[in-house]
Design a protein around this ligand. Structure first.
Ligand code: PMV
Length: 325
C-alpha cells in the first residue's frame, strides 16, 4: 500500500485536496487489425488531435463517476460490475492496496468519437487510471497503465488483442504482437495521414466475433489471410524505420483488400478508400474493427487538400489530419 493510500484509508495525514488530471490520446491502427487477434504483428500510432481527459476531485460523500459526454452521473457502487470505469477504479484501488477508493468525483470528457476505431474506450480508461493513480499516490509506468486498461477493454470487446490499450498508454507508434512487450517504432521521416469517418458507428466486438466465426468455419483460409496481413505489417515497420513512408501506400491498399476479403469492409468504407485513391492519395485502407468507423489515407503536402475534399464529397462526416512522427 502506498503511504498516501494508507493515509487515505485510515483518515490520517494530508488528504489530497488537489485536483488530479490526466489525458490520453486517440489512436489509429495503420496495419494488421483483426490479424493481430490471431497472433500476427500490427502497427498503431497515437492520434493527438483527439483525446480523453479525466479529472478527479477528492471529497464528497462517496465515489462518483461523471461520464459528462454520455450525460450520465452515478455512484461507483451503483455501476454494473461490467462497467469499464468501475473496473478501472477497482483495479487502481487494488493496486494501491485499498479496499476501496476514497470519496471523490471522477469526471471524464472525450473528443474521440465512440465505436469508430479511434480507441475511445481505451483512451477514457487510460485517462481515468492515470488520474486515479495520482489520487492514491500510485506511480504507474506505461506498461502498468496498459495492463490495467487491458482489463477494462475485455469488458468492452470480449477478446481484445491489447493493441488499443498499448498504443494509447505508451502514446507512441508501436509494433505490437499479442502477449509480447510492444516495440516502439522509430519514424525516420514523418508522414501525413487523413482519417475520415464514415459517420457510422460500428462496435468492434461484433466484427471481431464475425471474423472468429468465419475463421472457425475455414481456419486454413483465414490463417493465410492473417499471415499476409502480418507480413504487410512487418514490411511497413521496415519502411517507416528506413525513412520511406511513401512506399506504405501500396501496402495500405493491399491491407484493405485483405480486410475486404475478411468481410469487415462496407460500401461506405470502400467508397472513401476509392475516392482517396482517385484524388491522389498514395494509399488508403479502413482502420480498426471495420464495417463503419474510420479509414486512413496516406497523403503528401501537395495531395492533402484534394484528397480531403474528395473524402468529404464521398460522404466523410469528419476528416482529421495527423502527422505521424
Ligand atoms: O478498436 P478498433 O476498432 O480500432 O479495433 C481494434 C482492432 C481489432 O484488431 C479489430 C481488434 C483487436 O482487439 O485487436
Amino acid at each position: 500500500m502506498t503511504n498516501a493510500a494508507r493515509d487515505l484509508e485510515h483518515g490520517v495525514g494530508p488528504v489530497p485536496v488537489t485536483v488530479c488530471q490526466a489525458t490520453a490520446p486517440g489512436k489509429v491502427i495503420l496495419f494488421g487489425e483483426h490479424a493481430v487477434v490471431y497472433g500476427q504483428p500490427a502497427l498503431a500510432v497515437p492520434v493527438r488531435q483527439v483525446h480523453a481527459s479525466a479529472t478527479v476531485t477528492p471529497g464528497g460523500d462517496s465515489f462518483w463517476i461523471d461520464a459528462t459526454d454520455l450525460g450520465r452521473s452515478y455512484r461507483l457502487e451503483e455501476a454494473s460490475p461490467g462497467d469499464p470505469l468501475r473496473r478501472a477504479a477497482e483495479l487502481v484501488a487494488e493496486r494501491a492496496g485499498l479496499a476501496r477508493l476514497p470519496a471523490a468525483r471522477l469526471s471524464l470528457r472525450s473528443t474521440i468519437p465512440i465505436a469508430s476505431g479511434l480507441g475511445s474506450g481505451a483512451a477514457v480508461a487510460t485517462a481515468a487510471v492515470r488520474a486515479l493513480a495520482q489520487l492514491v499516490g500510485l506511480a504507474l509506468d506505461a506498461a502498468e497503465v496498459s495492463a490495467l486498461v487491458f482489463e477494462t477493454e475485455k469488458l468492452l470487446h470480449g477478446t481484445p488483442s491489447g493493441i488499443d490499450n498499448t498504443v494509447v498508454a505508451f502514446d507512441q507508434p508501436v509494433y505490437f504482437v499479442k502477449g509480447q512487450a510492444p516495440l516502439p517504432v522509430r519514424v525516420a521521416r514523418p508522414f501525413q495521414l487523413l482519417i475520415a469517418d464514415t459517420g457510422r458507428p460500428s462496435p468492434t466486438k461484433i466484427t471481431v466475433a464475425e471474423v472468429r466465426a468465419a475463421y472457425d468455419r475455414e481456419p486454413e483460409r483465414y490463417e493465410r489471410l492473417f499471415v499476409a496481413a502480418g507480413q504487410i505489417a512487418q514490411q511497413a515497420r521496415r519502411l517507416i524505420e528506413a525513412g520511406e513512408p511513401d512506399a506504405l501506400g501500396p501496402l495500405m491498399t493491399n491491407n484493405h483488400l485483405l480486410l475486404q476479403t475478411l468481410g469487415v469492409s462496407s460500401p461506405e468504407l470502400d467508397r472513401l478508400v476509392a475516392a482517396a485513391g482517385q484524388a491522389g492519395a498514395l494509399g488508403a485502407k479502413l482502420s480498426g474493427g471495420g464495417r463503419g468507423g474510420n479509414m486512413l489515407a496516406l497523403v503528401t503536402p501537395e495531395s492533402k487538400a484534394g484528397v480531403e475534399a474528395a473524402l468529404r464529397e464521398a460522404g466523410a462526416v469528419r476528416v482529421i489530419h495527423t502527422l505521424v512522427e
